[in-house]
Design a binder for this molecule. Structure first.
Ligand code: NAD
Length: 421
């Protein structure tokens, strides 16, 4: 079985039986966690396909390991490999202090135009959680990854850039709302129609493929009318235009209500639900942060902008007790490029202790296997992991919060999962 590249052919990813997949081992606790995770991936693929499929892992360097070997934090050869092999997975990376790179993760996302940051959030039975009903949380967040205030267009007050921009705003555009112009740093928030559409399209497609009941557009359009409000409006328009036969939107409901009255609109939405149409609605971001505590069962797929998505991801992960186990994927569905990753950091104090929880990388691997269409292998890992947690054989982070648990090392947690496959 020769090892081959994954390719994108006519808009579909083509995965050979023996695909080459680059991995970045990560800094700090990364190596411990990766060593445990890769054993789980290989065992699950072997178990699911009896030797007919196998991943050829190809190490590529980034972070401290790359810096020590090459003097660069993110060598061009690594970026080239991520581009060439399409799908990859990584551990956490140190953010270099100084040296001109803001964040290796951000650099990778920008270089590969990985516009969707996908974060599934669900509860695993017995995981300690601060809320009463963590089992009601089952959402997938689609966070726009390339635009918004995160684009990095910022000027420190008093610099030439800030002064020029201020002059332009006040003199050319007549802006007089900057309260303290002399000491204001300024940032730009680009939100485009194309950027919104590709993200919302990915979220709706996901909802269709996974038979989810709703897609919620989360925004602050009440305050930022053209950026966040644009995101909402373009999202609704795209939903109606491209997915009319699959969805019913709240915008449609409003329109019918205005034209024919509320009863007619309610009837329309009831018919849509009876036909299993996906309801596309929208929620203001601050209200959404309440709703995830008060009525999480009402939400399934979330499409949101970059900054909102950052907050929401962590708030939701905390609700299911899962900051240490939350997985993520950064994906460009048009080119097929995808980097799956642990969402926690490098926890450098615990490097080489074999004590930390490897679940974030393991569940990112599950997302990767699903993306490859290797659902059988993905499902048995999820089952193995939830069984290990249910049996309370867990790493220190969970051990400290659970009654009657057995403490296991990172490597032993992987053994527990493999036993359950
Ligand atoms: P961190 O996530 O590394 O650690 C915070 C704390 O969370 C740790 O002290 C530990 O108690 C706990 N924790 C984290 N991962 C865990 C795991 N797998 N199992 C059990 N407990 C775990 O956050 P930080 O200390 O703010 O950041 C350290 C470094 O990581 C920084 O250089 C930062 O830039 C980087 N970072 C990288 C990523 C990434 O690569 N995706 C994400 C966040 C932070």
């Amino acid at each position: 079985m020769p090892a081959e590249k994954i390719q994108m052919i006519n808009g579909q990813i083509k995965v050979p039986a023996h695909p080459i997949i680059p991995f970045i081992i990560g800094d700090g606790i990364g190596p411990d966690i990766w060593r445990a995770s890769v054993r789980v991936f290989d065992a699950a693929v072997e178990k699911a396909y009896g030797g007919e499929r196998k991943i050829e892992w190809k190490e590529v360097l980034a972070g401290e390991k790359a810096f020590q070997a090459t003097g660069e934090w993110l060598p061009k050869t690594t970026l080239d490999a991520l581009k060439e092999y399409l799908v990859s997975i990584k551990g956490p990376l140190t953010t270099p202090v100084g040296g001109g790179i803001r964040s290796l993760n951000v650099a990778m996302r920008q270089e590969l135009d990985l516009y969707a940051c996908v974060r599934p959030v669900r509860w695993f039975n017995k995981v300690p959680s601060p809320v009463k009903h963590p089992e009601k949380v089952d959402m997938v967040i689609f966070r726009e990854n390339t635009e918004d205030i995160y684009a990095g267009i910022e000027y420190m007050y008093g610099t030439e850039g800030a002064n020029k921009l201020l002059k332009f705003l006040t003199e050319e555009l007549g802006v007089n709302k900057i309260r303290f112009p002399e000491t204001s740093s300024l940032g730009i928030k680009p939100v485009s129609q194309e950027g919104t559409e590709r993200l919302v399209r990915a979220a709706i497609k996901y909802a269709i493929e996974h038979k989810k009941p709703t897609v919620s557009i989360v925004h602050k359009g009440n305050i930022m009318k053209f950026t966040e409000g644009g995101f909402k409006n373009w999202g609704y328009e795209l939903a109606a235009r491209e997915f009319g036969e699959y969805v019913y939107t709240w915008e449609q409901w409003e329109k019918t209500k205005k034209e024919l009255g509320e009863d007619a609109a309610n009837k329309e939405i009831a018919v849509a639900k009876a036909h299993n149409k996906i309801i596309v609605n929208d929620v203001i971001a601050d209200n959404f942060l309440q709703q995830i505590l008060l009525a999480p069962q009402d939400y399934s797929v979330i499409a949101t902008l970059n900054l909102n998505g950052d907050y929401i991801s962590d708030a939701l992960a905390a609700a299911v007790g899962g900051i240490g186990i939350a997985p993520g994927g950064n994906i460009n569905y048009a080119t097929g490029h995808a980097v799956f990753e642990a969402t926690h950091g490098t926890a450098p104090r615990f490097a080489d202790t074999d004590t930390m929880n490897p679940s974030s990388v393991i569940l990112s691997g599950v997302m990767m296997l699903e993306y490859l269409g290797w659902k059988e292998a993905a499902d048995i890992i999820t089952h193995g992991l939830s069984t290990a947690i249910m049996r309370k054989r867990v790493t220190i982070d969970f051990y400290k919060l659970m009654d009657d648990a057995t403490l296991v090392k990172t490597s032993e947690f992987a053994d527990e999962i493999i036993k359950q496959l």
